[in-house]
Design a protein around this ligand. Structure first.
Ligand SMILES: Cc1cc2nc3c(=O)[nH]c(=O)nc-3n(C[C@H](O)[C@H](O)[C@H](O)COP(=O)(O)OP(=O)(O)OC[C@H]3O[C@@H](n4cnc5c(N)ncnc54)[C@H](O)[C@@H]3O)c2cc1C
Length: 512
């Protein structure tokens, strides 16, 4: 497979060839890139009303909950198995409990996983590879006007994702009757009045059929279930992200996280353009994680493939962090971070169906601004698991009840609108648009109490705080008014207002 990209993507070829498991990573990356082809294909029908339930003997196993997807799905499964005693089956088409990314979060947020009673604080602390003194955000404008905004307690711990997931998997396996199956792909789901039957393909291609009371779809952005339930439009925006965990940089500061950093104006191509943004996070020992990404709408003409972005990453890396003589890549990290614009006062994306619940990136309810699916899962895990337990006990596994146990948060859906301003559009924007705007946001945040910057970058901003920030930015930077028209249009602006109205009316806002 690597040979096939030798001429088209020479830098990816060279670097992946030198990484252990490079071929396997390329395969996984191309599987995610197939997302773009799927959007052009007829929507697959993977959820069907069942005609004839299988006899017990025809099933490969029966469980309370079947999880398709073993990354964030594994965290949820651990709680449902260990705390509530359900018999769960987790299937993953690759290796379960392995992530193609690494996660940053603050210690206090990570500790919220202990609220489930399944993880102890000591266990959670043991997954923190490194914590930093502080972090900053900075956008590329002339140096005299450039604001480097420092903030503490934001994404300041690098978490060993695979260790955390491995512990979650152990907790699943410790529960009698629960099971985890690797290299087992979800194929389809037949639904009956009192159960679902999931057809899967085993490691050797064999056909398997499992019974369960409920299917949890945790297959990430490529989920065919999310694709079907959302009629072929599972996301409105995306953030393709690639990077590496490497050692041997000349200029890495191991005490400080670089939360967002741009180093140049937007790149312009014939028919399109994108504003590239870097992130840099120290990890264990001398390892350092660098990411390159951009925000975009799903239907823009830009090349959004991870393969193409990786070629750019290797070409531009020295402009961000200088690889020294001992530079070595340990692991690539990559994925498409999903986002969804809810055109209404509440959740307008389909995140459930009768006996089916979507989780993590398959549900696409996280904000892609800085915190993404892991942060959202950590914040909501207690609520998501107790909600599903209640639905199972009461036998209320209908679409509406399950929608109520989703990770939808009014503040996050409103804040996600801000991402639209960071989607560079070559038809309307000057190449410095995103950098100038974001620099103004940093200046405004710098003048406000520390809580504002922390809350903004931890998805915890309150409605009045967001309005304060927006008004101050508009006052300093009136260009944003035209940009609002260009980027949001009438539908997007009305939608944003409806998101804010929904937030204002939500019980959490009314009672705060
Ligand atoms: C580079 C990068 C860095 C990130 N850093 C952070 C961070 O610092 N903090 C944060 O909060 N978030 C971060 N995120 C986001 C976070 O990683 C995701 O939100 C999270 O991984 C989503 O998990 P998931 O289980 O929903 O989906 P995925 O991670 O995509 O996992 C889906 C799983 O489903 C399996 N699967 C797919 N199809 C099938 C099938 N047909 N049958 C069976 N199994 C299937 C896959 O093999 C995979 O294991 C980052 C994302 C990226 C790309």
């Amino acid at each position: 497979m690597l040979e096939q990209i030798r001429l088209t993507h020479p830098l990816v070829y060279g670097n992946f060839s030198a990484i252990e498991g490079g071929e396997e990573h390329l395969r996984a990356l191309l599987a995610i890139d197939r997302y773009w082809e799927q959007l052009d294909c007829p929507v697959p029908e993977v959820v069907r009303e069942g005609e004839r339930p299988a006899a017990e003997a025809e099933l490969s196993g029966s469980f309370d909950i079947l999880y398709a997807g073993g990354t964030l799905g594994m965290l949820h499964a651990a709680v449902m198995a260990k705390r509530y005693g359900y018999r769960v089956l987790v299937i993953d088409r690759g290796e379960p409990a392995r992530s193609t990314r690494d996660w940053n979060i603050s210690r206090s947020e990570l500790h919220r996983l202990a609220d489930t009673g399944v993880f102890t604080i000591e266990e959670l602390d043991s997954f923190i590879l490194r914590s930093y003194r502080t972090g900053w955000v900075e956008f590329h404008v002339p140096e005299a006007r450039r604001k480097r905004l420092f903030m503490d307690g934001v994404l300041d711990c690098a978490v060993d994702a695979d260790k955390l997931l491995a512990l979650a998997m152990r907790k699943v396996l410790e529960t009698e009757g629960s099971k985890v199956m690797a290299r087992t792909s979800f194929i389809s789901c037949s639904r009956f009045a009192d159960h679902v039957e999931v057809e899967a393909a085993g490691p050797d291609g064999s056909q398997l059929r499992f019974g369960a009371k409920v299917l949890v779809d945790a297959m990430g952005i490529v989920s065919p279930v999310a694709m079907q339930l959302n009629r072929g439009q599972p996301q409105t925006h995306v953030c393709p992200t690639v990077g590496t965990i490497a050692s041997g940089f000349e200029d890495a500061d191991y005490d400080v996280g670089e939360i967002l950093a741009s180093t140049e104006p937007a790149e312009i191509f014939p028919g399109g353009g994108r504003q590239l943004i870097w992130e840099g996070f120290p990890a264990k020992g001398d390892e350092y994680i660098t990411y390159l990404f951009f925000y975009d709408s799903v239907d823009s003409p830009n090349d959004k493939s991870l393969l193409g972005l990786f070629e750019t990453y290797f070409r531009k890396l020295p402009t961000y962090k200088e690889p020294g003589a001992g530079f070595a890549i340990h692991r690539p990290v990559y994925g498409i971070i999903p986002a969804y614009f809810h055109d209404g006062a509440g959740c307008t994306r389909v995140v459930s169906d009768d006996r089916i619940l979507l989780l993590g990136d398959a549900a696409s309810l996280a904000s892609p601004l800085t915190f993404c699916g892991f942060g959202s899962m950590v914040r909501n895990l207690e609520r998501l698991t107790s909600g599903l337990d209640r639905a199972l006990r009461h036998g209320t596994l209908d679409r509406e009840t399950l929608a109520g146990v989703s990770a939808f948060e009014h503040n996050v859906s409103s804040m996600a609108n801000l991402m639209k301003y960071m989607c560079f559009d070559a038809r309307t924007d000057e190449p410095d648009f995103v950098n100038e705007l974001m620099n103004e946001v940093m200046i405004v945040l710098d003048a406000l109490p520390l809580r504002y910057r922390q809350a903004m970058f931890r998805d915890e901003l309150k409605l009045d705080e967001l309005v304060t920030v927006m008004l101050r930015v508009a006052w300093r930077y009136p260009r944003i008014l035209k940009a609002t028209w260009d980027k949001l249009g009438v539908q997007g602006s009305v939608g944003f207002l409806r998101n804010l109205a929904g937030w204002a009316m939500s019980p959490s806002t009314k009672h705060s």
